[in-house]
Design a protein around this ligand. Structure first.
Ligand code: NAD
Length: 344
């Protein structure tokens, strides 16, 4: 089978021919129908500092997936050949203090599928049975593969009440765009989006943003205050990882408002805690991964509701992996929403 493999500790990846893997005890083999590129895959491709310390080539890349079970390993129960599935990325231990309390998303011994193990940028992949999520047949593979990042967006947007709330989203990368779709489907209004890239501001509008702001050319806080009659937004959702966006969002959110932080900052961030968080009595949520498995139920039902406007977010659909280099370079240049490889 062909697979996109990180073959060497350097920039890039190679399309290689490898044997179809065999599922061991507690594992299943899936035939990939669709798989999508995540920011983490791009970091591995670029071989950034994080990748250099974490990834051990040679390794097949990728972790967002929709596929069909074609073989079941020994000891696996409740999963059958023919099941249409996706995969949760975090392989949790089930034994630590966090897991014992049902807080699997912060398992202290978590391993990441496609980061610490071979992944799904291949025709077939072996996945741990404990991480398999069964999909209803009416969700198409190009949507089903997006459930993992959609889970990030759902946990960010739905960490508190959202229907009828005014919202500021900073950053309209793939995750921020999914966040816009979730916020709109959940009845938020107005959804204001701050994003420097014109290409992504246009995508944000297509997904349903009510207002878009260029933070490099406009005064984000003033614009938000003008739109909200001087009140500020009820909810601030940070999807950019830009320290400046964090500060602007904290200024633009109304006192006693809600903040959810998903974006990862490049390092330590200096913030006026007293005036921007404590005296404003904000509720601030740090968001990591997605809740297992509650968030998967929410994501699946949102997709089945037909209310999520995610077609504009899938900007690139490739048949097979042949053009993987083009896909990664477009993503690096910020010229994409979600990129999906279709294998069926
Ligand atoms: P991305 O880098 O593609 O998107 C970030 C967007 O923010 C870009 O479109 C960029 O133009 C925009 N941006 C840059 N500066 C800005 C500013 N000052 N104001 C507003 N927008 C600005 O990333 P992504 O794949 O969409 O992921 C979003 C963030 O979420 C990243 O920081 C990523 O590392 C993080 N992340 C967190 C988790 C988690 O579990 N917490 C999981 C996955 C990704």
């Amino acid at each position: 089978m062909v697979a996109i493999m990180k073959t060497k500790p350097e920039y890039g990846a190679e399309l290689v021919e490898v044997d179809v893997p065999k599922p061991g005890p507690g594992e299943v083999l899936i035939k990939i129908l669709a798989t999508s590129i995540c920011g983490t895959d791009l970091h591995i491709y670029e071989w950034n500092e994080w990748a250099q310390t974490r990834i051990r080539p040679p390794q097949i890349m990728g972790h967002e997936v929709a596929g069909e079970v074609v073989e079941v390993g020994p000891g696996v129960e409740g999963i059958e050949v023919g099941d249409y599935v996706s995969v949760e990325t975090h392989i949790v231990c089930g034994k630590c203090y966090a897991c014992k309390r049902g807080q699997y998303h912060v398992c202290q011994n978590t391993k990441i599928f496609g980061v610490d193990t071979d992944g799904v940028f291949a025709e077939y992949a072996v996945v741990p049975a404990q991480n398999v999520w069964k999909n209803p047949k009416n969700i198409p593979p190009e949507y089903a593969t997006l459930q993992e990042p959609l889970g990030n967006a759902v946990d960010t947007v739905l960490a508190g009440p959202i229907a009828g709330k005014s919202v500021l989203i900073t950053g309209a990368g793939p995750l921020g765009l999914l966040g816009i779709a979730v916020a709109k489907a959940s009845g938020a209004y107005p959804v204001i989006v701050s994003e420097p890239s014109e290409f992504r501001r246009n995508l944000a509008k297509k997904v349903g943003a009510d207002y878009v702001i260029n933070p490099f050319e406009e005064d984000v806080v003033k614009e938000v205050m003008d739109i909200t009659d001087g009140n500020g937004v009820d909810v601030f959702l940070e999807f950019s990882g830009a320290p400046k966006a964090l500060e602007q969002g904290l200024q633009a959110v109304t006192p006693a408002g809600r903040v959810s932080l998903l974006g990862l900052f490049p390092g330590k961030v200096s913030i006026d805690f007293n005036n921007l968080i404590i005296f404003k009595a904000l509720t601030v949520y740090g968001i990591t991964g997605r809740h297992l498995w509650e968030t998967w139920y929410t994501v699946s039902r949102l997709l089945q509701s037909g209310k999520l406007n995610i077609d504009p977010i899938i900007t690139h659909k490739y048949k097979g992996f042949d053009k993987y280099e083009e896909a990664f370079e477009l993503m690096r240049a910020g010229k994409t929403g979600k990129v999906v490889f279709m294998l069926k």
